[in-house]
Design a protein around this ligand. Structure first.
Ligand SMILES: Nc1ncnc2c1ncn2[C@@H]1O[C@H](COP(=O)(O)OP(=O)(O)OP(=O)(O)O)[C@@H](O)[C@H]1O
Ligand SMILES: [Mg+2]
Length: 223
């Protein structure tokens, strides 16, 4: 069997080894987890890796202000602002209530093309449920986002909040639309142990067990 699959480094020490060397280039990966599990840090670390490798990157933040994203990244030594000034990073906050319905996807598609983006983050897609009052609309728009990512030749990390409990994602559809799902967790209350599990990764031979994860002064590390 000959498999010549181009992969890109995630930037998370210990993760590439679990997924045959990194994310398959141009795939869309969902990072899911409850509050405080490290989704935004994962996103910034993934972007930082791209910037260091000379890739064009785009970080769309739906919740936190860009200034906060930059400050938090800087805590780990990732100077996103430097690359934003150079034009290698586009960091935009999207207020879902700001524009007319449908408009936001057009904006995102044209920006990807204009800046020839290699690596994209959308943090967090859960906010779509506030934007659209019906579940069908949420699914339809997630589908459009994933389709746009596929067409744009961009490797993407989308984050989503997972409810406490068994379900991976809030709507129960996101995990089917994307190429990969990484689940972040906190192993048990009272202990500080964090976990990361690769739940799905198309074209990749991977295990599904939970790995211990820590957030160090250099960011996320998988033990
Ligand atoms: N410098 C640091 N060193 C160690 N741990 C940190 C540091 N900064 C943040 N953390 C941990 O990371 C958590 C925040 O991570 P992050 O913002 O990525 O979570 P999130 O999953 O995006 O949360 P939310 O759902 O609220 O957006 C904090 O609650 C804290 O436990
Ligand atoms: Mg977050």
């Amino acid at each position: 069997m000959s498999r010549n699959i181009e992969r890109i480094s995630t930037g998370i020490p210990g993760l590439d080894e679990l997924i045959e060397g990194g994310f398959v280039k141009d795939n869309a990966i969902l990072v899911t987890g409850s509050a405080g599990t490290g989704k935004t840090i994962f996103s910034s670390q993934f972007i930082w890796e791209g910037l260091r490798n000379g890739e064009n990157c785009m970080f769309i933040t739906f919740e936190e202000r860009p200034e906060k994203i930059k400050q938090e990244a800087m805590d780990f030594g990732w100077d996103l602002g430097k690359y934003e000034e150079k034009g290698q990073l586009i960091l935009r906050q999207k207020d879902p209530f700001d524009t007319a319905e449908g408009d936001e996807l057009f904006w995102f598609r044209s920006e990807l093309e204009k800046h020839d983006v290699d690596r994209l983050v959308m943090d967090s897609t859960s906010i779509l449920s506030l934007y659209y009052d019906d579940q069908y609309k949420v699914r339809e728009n997630l589908f459009k986002i994933v389709k746009t990512i596929e067409e744009a030749d961009v490797t993407a990390v989308l984050t989503t909040e997972s409810p406490q409990g068994e379900e991976l994602t809030r709507f129960g559809v996101e995990e089917y639309l994307v190429d990969g799902v990484i689940q972040l967790g906190i192993l048990s209350l009272g202990e500080s142990a964090r976990s990361l599990a690769v739940r799905k990764m198309r074209r990749t031979n991977h295990g599904t067990k939970s790995h211990e994860m820590s957030i160090t002064e250099n960011g996320i590390v998988i033990e």
